[in-house]
Design a protein. Structure first.
Length: 200
């Protein structure tokens, strides 16, 4: 059912769809290309349920964009404002059943959908439920790992074999500086990271 529904959305909104390698700062994205063509990408490393939610999240952006084009609106709307929230809620509604999502995900997902945010991982309950279906679910309870949001500002941590220093929180992401390059990155506040020990 979910696969057929996703295909219907693609046919209806006529966007280009790509599955891409993992990105640190986003699970998926929506872009307007030249000639008013649109494109949606979703990270390849997401489990089936996280993939589905992310896909529909991005389709909601496509729906808002299409509505704006049809109404010839020039003004820019907020990326995750009321129009997007409404579109996301409507598009997700047919999927909010146990035939699609297991109960452990469905309950926090229904709560999240009451007022969806910019990222599903900004909702701790939903994030934890989704991570149980990752390829490495043990990371959810790994005692050596913590959520980035719980790392003290100025403290060093490791993510994807790179060392960062935790900076300031900006909504759902934390601005962190990579030690080796000195570059700053906006990393999801609910990313699992490893704290640097004193002897490292």
């Amino acid at each position: 059912m979910a696969i057929e529904y996703c295909h219907q959305l693609l046919q209806h909104y006529k966007f280009r769809f790509r599955i891409v390698k993992p990105r640190r700062t986003r699970l998926g994205d929506f872009r307007v290309l030249p000639h008013n063509q649109t494109q949606i990408t979703v990270n390849t490393n997401l489990n089936l349920y996280a993939f589905l939610i992310t896909y529909v999240h991005e389709v909601a952006h496509a729906a808002v964009h299409q509505q704006g084009v049809m109404q010839r609106r020039v003004r820019r709307v907020k990326p995750h404002g009321k129009a997007w929230q409404t579109a996301f809620q409507q598009l997700m509604q047919p999927l909010l059943i146990e035939a699609v999502f297991p109960t452990t995900i469905l309950r926090p997902l229904q709560h999240y959908m009451a007022k969806p945010g910019a990222t599903t991982y900004a909702n701790p309950s939903l994030m934890t439920a989704l991570r149980q279906f990752d390829d490495n679910p043990k990371e959810v309870i790994d005692e050596d790992r913590v959520l980035l949001r719980d790392v003290s500002e100025g403290e060093a941590f490791q993510l994807a074999q790179k060392t960062y220093v935790r900076g300031t929180l900006r909504r759902t992401r934390v601005v962190c500086k990579e030690v080796a390059s000195g570059k700053s990155y906006a990393i999801l506040a609910h990313a699992w990271v490893s704290i640097m020990s004193n002897d490292e």
